[in-house]
Design a protein around this ligand. Structure first.
Ligand SMILES: Cc1cc2nc3c(=O)[nH]c(=O)nc-3n(C[C@H](O)[C@H](O)[C@H](O)COP(=O)(O)OP(=O)(O)OC[C@H]3O[C@@H](n4cnc5c(N)ncnc54)[C@H](O)[C@@H]3O)c2cc1C
Length: 319
């Protein structure tokens, strides 16, 4: 694990990020990175929050760090609150904007609440010495990077903090392998819902369409709960949050918990026998419908007119 220290030019502010070692070189090239802390201790090979927390507590309690940030993930949701609680500070999760006022040392955040139906604005004043927060990646543009291989970046080893009797042990990691684009970052996503009826139909209908579009595959919770696909493909409030250029929702009703995970998609195509509820959200300017199409599933998708239609259709839904 590496800790990244980012210091803004002409500022005493630092940001501390947690990154995987495999991404180390990539992060060194990021604009604004000027210092990297790392540890080679075997106890940090797996990011077990109970083991990493004492290290971060020790680093942060005697440091000039003012902000601690990580992308929103299961690991960061477990790690950051532990560390901030040890330092008697709060953590904010899944923020979608951040603004720092250097004259008052206050930082103002926004974050979606009620499955994205309301936006909460939160101000962390100066007496919150270190602002801990996790970030919804889809709400921010990618960081720019430079070509050099981390030239000028200070790299420093840190002493590990031994945890003699860890209560949690890493047994094994099972990763679902797929040749398809990664759901979290894909520019196109095809998701299937309960209407697909079973795993076999899901595979027959969704995968050919996804392959033809070069898209990642997603699913509603109903489809995941019914065992059509693995739960790593769930999109929504309790699944992944995506914001692709194109989101195709096949046989998905558009429950608010599903919308919470995809409503920031640039173009949404709903394949449904009824109109997808998202059309009533005024901040989505484009909503295209192809309905109803999958009574005779696979053949339609494998023909190019259907693909052309999906990619270029311009018939707005009636809300
Ligand atoms: C705390 C909580 C968290 C949740 N988190 C999530 C989450 O992260 N992600 C998520 O997706 N859900 C989540 N849910 C569940 C959510 O409320 C819905 O139950 C779920 O999204 C419904 O999935 P669905 O749209 O596939 O199924 P349904 O609601 O059953 O919709 C099926 C759709 O298929 C259409 N259809 C049926 N037959 C055809 C046909 N022949 N041709 C075309 N269309 C057809 C229907 O018109 C309907 O719109 C959560 C719920 C709770 C309470």
């Amino acid at each position: 694990m590496c800790l990244l220290l980012l210091k803004r030019p002409k500022s005493k502010r630092f940001l501390l990020c947690f990154i995987e070692e495999s991404k180390y070189e990539l992060f060194c090239r990021l604009e604004g990175v000027n210092s990297v802390l790392y540890s080679t201790s075997a106890q940090y090979i797996h990011l077990i929050p109970e083991t990493v927390s004492p290290l971060l507590q020790s680093l942060l309690s005697s440091s000039p760090f003012t902000h601690v940030v990580s992308s929103t993930s299961s690991t960061s949701k477990s790690l950051l609150p532990r560390v901030s609680a040890l330092l008697d500070l709060p953590t904010l999760s899944d923020i979608t904007s951040v603004e720092h006022d250097s004259s008052t040392s206050a930082t103002t955040f926004t974050r979606p609440i009620y499955a994205g139906n309301a936006i909460s604005t939160i101000r962390a004043p100066a007496d919150v010495k270190i602002k801990f927060f996790t970030v919804r990646g889809t709400a921010f543009p990618p960081a720019s990077s430079h070509e050099t291989d981390g030239e000028g970046v200070e790299v420093k080893a840190v002493e590990s903090v031994e945890v003699s009797d860890p209560r949690t042990e890493h047994i094994k990691t099972t990763i679902t392998k797929s040749d398809r684009p990664d759901l979290g970052v894909a520019s196109r996503v095809v998701s299937g819902g309960r209407a697909l009826k079973n795993a076999e139909t899901f595979e027959k209908v969704i995968y050919p369409l996804a392959d033809a579009l070069g898209a990642a595959v997603g699913a509603s919770r109903a489809a995941v709960d019914a065992g059509y696909v693995d739960n790593s493909l769930q999109v929504g409030q309790t699944g992944k949050v995506v914001a692709p250029e194109l989101y195709v929702a096949v046989g998905i009703s558009g429950a608010i918990q599903h919308l919470a995970g995809m409503k920031d998609s640039k173009m949404i195509v709903a394949i449904n026998k009824v109109v997808f509820a998202l059309a009533t959200f005024s901040y989505i300017s484009l909503m295209f419908c192809v309905a109803p199409v999958f009574r005779t599933p696979t053949p339609l998708y494998s023909k190019s007119p259907m693909l052309d239609l999906l990619l270029t259709c311009t018939k707005p839904c009636q809300s």
